[in-house]
Design a protein around this ligand. Structure first.
Ligand code: MRU
Length: 371
């Protein structure tokens, strides 16, 4: 997508290194960082300079390339993979990317591995872009249908949570891909952007992205969504996912579940955009998905730009109050209207997902799905 009118991806190869957009300083500054080692890649993921399930996967893939350039032994491949896997627990794209890379590299001789790693990581990045573009096309068709039920000329009101835009992927985004496709197709739409405490991925990242692309949007506090849905001011909710089970249970950024409950109560369709690498075909229940517990400091403080123009962090809770910070929550399949993958829109059921991706469902079935 465009930054100040220039087409930009979130991650790219620059000579012997990888470059990323540092998402911890957006929207107040646009800065890129250079990753030269697997340790740099692991720190960028753990420190959330890159975040969002598909981008975490792509960064890990490039991280293995950086590792193979330094040491392409079997042992280095295993330990680099282990280091990257330990960075964040919830997004399944991380495991998927590491397994995909390892399957491609392990049969090769050490001498062949660095070049093959770069080729495979670049393929993962390009495939991510293609999958997201396809998701955008399917979401556009849904949005057109929903817009047809509205009074002529009035914008379709879409609510989204967290950042599932191009910054969360290599390009286009998952949930926001359809929004960009609709905007580009001239469909009038307006986006309600949940701020998404504690790290404010909505207020900081989604709002910035939509602004860069000229999409009309309004940032709301996380607690406003239910009220807006009751008042008939939301036509559709669309979110991304960090891990969706083979049965359609969806784990996504904390607060997603409450939006799904409100949408269900108000009769608002609730869609999840999920490229197939975000689906964990080995799981039958979302309760098995590890939920990242993040630092309490993200809750007790808030970061932004001070009046002086400096980036600053301020404390919002009394000193001594305990704080808990689960990063994700589980939306049960029964609350999900549909899951949009690169192949179309599926019912949030085992049968629905398997009908779109029979080969992935069968492969997991052969390996033994956990109940
Ligand atoms: O903690 P984050 O910022 O990595 O969480 C991101 C999300 O929860 C997104 O909604 C999810 O990765 C889907 S995005 C394509």
């Amino acid at each position: 997508m465009n930054v100040d009118g220039r087409p930009t991806r979130t991650i790219w190869v620059a000579g012997d290194a990888v470059e990323i957009i540092d998402q911890t300083v957006l929207p107040h500054a646009f800065a890129t960082r250079r990753l030269e080692t697997v340790e740099d890649a692991a720190r960028a993921i753990a420190g959330m300079q890159v975040r969002g399930a598909p981008l975490i996967g792509a960064t890990a893939a490039y991280g293995l390339w950086l590792a193979m350039r330094a040491d392409a032994s079997d042992q280095a491949l295993a330990s680099a993979s282990e280091r990257l896997r330990a960075t964040r627990p919830t997004a399944v794209n991380l495991r998927w990317a590491l397994e995909t890379m390892t399957a491609a590299l392990a049969p090769l001789t050490p001498r062949e591995r660095a070049a093959a790693a770069l080729a495979r990581a670049s393929m993962i990045a390009d495939e991510d872009v293609a999958m997201n573009r396809a998701i955008g096309g399917h979401a556009l068709a849904l949005f057109k249908e929903l817009a047809g039920r509205r009074p002529r000329g009035t914008p379709l009101n879409v609510l989204t949570h967290c950042n599932a835009g191009w910054l969360a992927t290599v390009d286009w985004g998952t949930a926001l891909a359809g929004i960009y496709a609709a905007h580009d197709a001239g469909l009038p739409l307006h986006v309600w952007v949940d701020e998404t405490r504690p790290r404010n991925q909505g207020a900081a990242l989604t709002a910035w992205e939509l602004g860069q692309h000229g999409v009309p949007h309004t940032v709301i506090v996380d607690n406003a969504g239910g009220h807006l849905m009751q008042a008939g001011r939301v036509d559709v909710v669309i979110v991304g996912t960090d891990r969706t089970t083979a049965t359609g249970d969806v784990v996504n950024k904390i607060g997603t579940y409450l939006k799904a409950l409100a949408a269900h109560d108000c009769g608002v369709p609730f869609y999840v955009a999920a490229p197939s690498p975000s689906i964990d075909w080995t799981l039958a229940s979302g309760r098995e998905i590890p939920i990242e517990e993040r630092s309490a400091v993200e809750v007790t403080t808030i970061s932004g730009r001070a009046v002086s123009g400096e980036l600053a962090s301020v404390q919002v809770t009394p000193t001594g109050s305990a704080a808990a910070n689960p990063g994700f929550d589980l939306t049960p399949a029964r609350l999900v209207t549909g899951i949009i993958t690169e192949r179309g829109v599926a019912k949030a059921t085992r049968e629905g997902l398997a009908a779109l991706h029979p080969e992935l469902a069968e492969r997991a079935g052969r390996a033994g799905t956990r109940a």
